[in-house]
Ligand binder design. Structure first.
Ligand SMILES: *[C@@H]1O[C@H](CO)[C@@H](O)[C@H](O)[C@H]1NC(C)=O
Length: 506
């Protein structure tokens, strides 16, 4: 800022924040250590499930001198898979307590325990001949992912300057997908997805946690938390200076103080109060719809079902694991593109386009599955639909909700709101995993029509209700919603938008 040297006049640096090294590294450390857990553990049991099942089977044989029967195996295996989102639900309920007691960064650091212990247990489960260790570890890892999934966007959203909040916010999803992708790579049969490699495969989840435990302490705590919750202005200023890389952070501190002021009028909200609190009604409904839509639009069902679609398209079972990796690449590329587009095109457009693609892909997929017996070429269309669906989902519906949910609440209500939407996220995740297989057995290809319908309804809601939040301060966004909630915010209301609809002036 102050290097106005003699000579050619330097272009005036924009007052907006830029990507400072501290911000980038803090984001990497936090996102790699935390979001990674979620993605990795969602995916890691899918590809090598045969190997793990035969470990269960053999262990059982050694204990009881008889092989496990199908029923018990089915039960144990669904526990192994679904304990993870159930743990996530548990974790999401603990978040608000943790982030308020230990701070955002503190919560992430403490949370690493819940990744490192299960990593050790799973790594040891083969030697210990105990598959119970795996199932138990899945619960704990779920708790870890549940905490991260809420605490991480909160930390990142509060760290980033206004104009980079979207990009930094999508990092959660970017690293979730990166975790999925690494899990898919490592669990290839030739790498670790085999009878000798799997303990290492499962234990690898502890490595990012360890890296975070060693690196994150060197980065600042969320200045918002330090200022508003702790009231420590000097520390907040120091943190902000490091994050912005310049000495003049007073304007931003002023913004935070304004938010603190506005919140003091509101008071702090518990989850129960939040649910009954009229001025936040539409915000709450919006995150619930965004989170439920994200899961109920069937991304996990597509993931689980993908193998069957590939096989019916004539791909050999041994090769379908490589197509899965290909889908993982599409997923990553689209999510990264989305992270950069989210500040240009805005949140609404990405969500609407994403849901449009997903809904259409589900419709076409239904038709392709129905008619592929008469027209064999249609089975390739099925593969294309899966890829289209994954692209569509990773451009909007998966990464953007975690940006929006940070933006539409103020400091006072954010922790409570994160509990609600974290719980919705994990619960719907669990529901899809649990219910989809039976729906699929019952109505076959038509099950994708349900997802198409959910995509359509979610898109409709977004179109009608959710305002564009790009480049606005939290307080401005709050004012837009205040109008919809029919609540007056007493302070000088700048005229945000003249029409009553959600359409925003740009
Ligand atoms: C357990 O292993 C035995 C022997 O390989 C096999 O016959 C049996 O089907 C397996 N049980 C399950 C539930 O996979």
């Amino acid at each position: 800022m102050e290097n106005k040297e003699a000579g050619a006049p330097l272009p005036v640096p924009p007052r907006e924040g830029r990507l400072q090294p501290t911000l980038v590294l803090a984001t990497l450390s936090a996102a790699f250590g935390s979001a990674f857990q979620y993605g990795y553990n969602i995916a890691v049991v899918n590809t090598p499930h045969k190997v793990l099942k035969s470990f269960y089977n053999e262990t059982y044989f050694e204990r009881h001198a008889t092989f496990m029967d199908e029923q018990v195996m089915l039960l144990l295996w669904s526990c192994t898979v679904s304990m993870f989102p159930l743990g996530g639900l548990l974790g999401s309920l603990m978040v608000s307590l943790l982030v308020d007691r230990c701070g955002r960064k503190g919560a992430l650091l403490v949370n690493n325990i819940f990744a490192i212990i299960p990593a050790i247990l799973m790594g040891a489960s083969k030697v210990a001949k105990a598959f119970e260790l795996i199932i138990f570890s899945r619960v704990v890892l779920g708790v870890c992912a549940g905490i991260s999934y809420s605490a991480l966007p909160m930390y990142l959203g509060e760290l980033a300057p206004k104009n980079l909040r979207g990009t930094v916010g999508t990092m959660t999803e970017v690293f979730v997908i990166f975790g999925v992708f690494l899990a898919q790579i490592f669990s290839l049969q030739d790498i670790l997805g085999n009878p000798t490699g799997w303990p290492v495969l499962l234990a690898l989840t502890g490595v990012p946690a360890l890296i975070q435990l060693l690196s994150l302490p060197f980065f600042p705590e969320s200045p918002r938390y330090t200022l508003i919750q702790k009231g420590d202005e000097a520390a907040a200023r120091r943190a902000l200076r490091r994050l912005r890389g310049c000495a003049d952070v007073e304007a931003e501190l002023e913004d935070m103080r304004a938010e603190a002021q506005e919140e003091r009028a509101e008071g702090r909200l518990s989850v129960l109060n939040l649910c009954a609190f009229r001025p936040l009604r539409w915000q709450l409904l919006s995150v619930v719809v965004l989170m439920a839509g994200q899961q109920l639009s069937g991304i996990n069902a597509i993931n689980y079902y993908a193998d069957i679609i590939y096989v019916s398209a004539g791909v050999e079972a041994a090769h379908s694991q490589y197509i899965t990796v290909g889908a993982g690449v599409v997923n990553i590329v689209m999510t990264v593109i989305s992270a950069f587009l989210v500040e240009r095109l805005g949140r609404r457009l990405l969500l609407l386009v994403g849901y449009g693609i997903c809904g259409s892909a589900c419709l076409v997929l239904t038709l392709a599955l129905l008619f592929q017996n008469t027209v064999p070429e249609l089975s390739y269309l099925g593969v294309i639909c899966v890829f289209a669906y994954i692209s569509g989902h990773s451009i909007g519906p998966s990464p953007v909700p975690s940006v929006v949910r940070t933006e539409i609440f103020l400091q006072s209500s954010r922790p409570a709101a994160f509990v609600v939407d974290g719980a919705v996220h994990w619960f719907t995740n669990f529901i899809v995993g649990f219910v989809f297989p039976s729906i699929q057995v019952a109505i076959g290809a038509y099950s994708f029509i349900i997802f198409a319908g959910i995509c359509l309804l979610t898109a409709l809601y977004i179109y009608l209700v959710i305002p564009e939040t790009k480049g606005r301060t939290f307080v401005e966004i709050n004012r837009i919603f205040a109008k919809r909630n029919g609540v007056e915010i007493p302070e000088e209301r700048k005229e945000e938008t003249s029409d009553t609809g959600p359409h925003t002036p740009s």
